[in-house]
Design a binder for this molecule. Structure first.
Ligand code: TYD
Length: 223
């Protein structure tokens, strides 16, 4: 068992019965094209008549954006892994309570650029916080709001980023070992949750990738 106490994530309903909106998250390494694809999916769903909220983590609320700035700011140096996990979870709790849960309950589809899998991959596999601890910290923050579908984006077998660029923030600037553990962690999460996490290879370019994602979502929402 890799994630949390035995069966804990699986014990949660795939979709909270009270929520009527669909919840879709995007995951991947830096520059994997998540943000572009999340926007494409929002535009497509809106063109199909859905009411959609696109948000991101960390952030998406005024408090969450403050926490984001703190977490990504180079000048804050290293933060203890557990503290970091709590800070991401705090931003997540604020986003879930004020945006995600009300939207789902109102029947709005929510698209989130990163969610709990980022904490499992980065703070868990990347920094070595136990996955059980990540889950314990996040369980109240998520409050049963688990995505119906998660797209894991990347190019190539090991989720390499499409573009090589200078690190822009405190987390991107970590060593290659950290980023390798994150990538391997994502692969393990995908194998662990094959019903929810769908791998999308972005090498064919933006438009074909967007079509692949639309096909999967159409299956989910019976379009
Ligand atoms: P961002 O600029 O949004 O990265 P990207 O463009 O790759 O999505 O920065 C978010 C960073 O925060 C990214 O490096 C991943 C990291 N992160 C965590 O470490 N844990 C988390 O729970 C979340 C949501 C993000």
């Amino acid at each position: 068992m890799e994630v949390g106490p035995k069966g804990v994530i699986e014990a949660y309903p795939h979709r909270n019965k009270e929520s009527r909106g669909f919840f879709i998250s995007f995951e991947g390494t830096e520059s994997s094209g998540k943000t572009t694809q999340a926007k494409q999916l929002r535009d497509w769903l809106e063109s199909q008549g859905f009411s959609v909220i696109l948000t991101r983590e960390p952030g998406g609320t005024p408090l969450g954006e403050e926490i984001r700035s703190f977490l990504l700011d180079h000048s804050n140096g290293e933060i203890c892994p557990l503290t970091e996990a709590y800070l991401f979870a705090a931003a997540r709790a604020q986003l879930v309570m004020t945006i995600i849960r009300p939207a789902l309950e109102a029947g709005t589809t929510v698209i989130c650029d990163r969610y709990i899998d980022s904490s499992l991959a980065y703070q868990g596999y990347g920094l070595g916080v136990s996955l059980a601890t990540i889950w314990k910290v996040n369980e109240p923050a998520i409050d049963l709001a688990m995505p119906d579908l998660t797209f894991l984006l990347g190019s190539g077998a090991l989720l390499q980023s499409a573009m090589k660029k200078e690190p822009e923030d405190r987390i991107e600037a970590r060593d290659s070992g950290f980023h390798q553990r994150v990538r391997a962690g994502y692969v393990r999460l995908m194998k662990r949750f094959p019903q929810r996490i769908v791998w999308v290879d972005t090498r064919r370019g933006v438009a074909p990738t967007a079509c692949d994602i639309q096909r999967k979502v159409a299956g989910l929402i019976n379009l």
